[in-house]
Write a protein that binds this ligand. Structure first.
Ligand SMILES: [Zn+2]
Length: 80
């Protein structure tokens, strides 16, 4: 069983390092999604800090329910 399969897709976003330091193909890592007021912005992700995560990580927006919800939240925040 892989790590990601053991976790609920409703609580986690799958991310992958854009530039792994050892040059190998990076593994996807599950990062827990929290509400902004409960997020520490370092080990968990929320709509406030996801932009910072995206600097280093490629986010699989369509792979889990949590990712799709977070994406929808961000899209709703965009002001013209
Ligand atoms: Zn956060």
């Amino acid at each position: 069983m892989s790590y990601s399969q053991s976790l609920s897709g409703n609580a986690y976003v799958s991310m992958r390092l854009r530039k792994p330091e050892d040059g190998r193909s990076p593994a996807r890592v599950p990062i827990r999604v929290r509400k902004p007021e409960r997020c520490g912005h370092t080990e968990t992700v929320c709509s406030v800090c996801v932009g910072q995560w995206e600097v280093d990580y490629e986010i699989a927006w369509r792979s889990t329910g949590a990712a799709r919800r977070l994406r929808a939240e961000l899209d709703a925040q965009v002001t013209p």
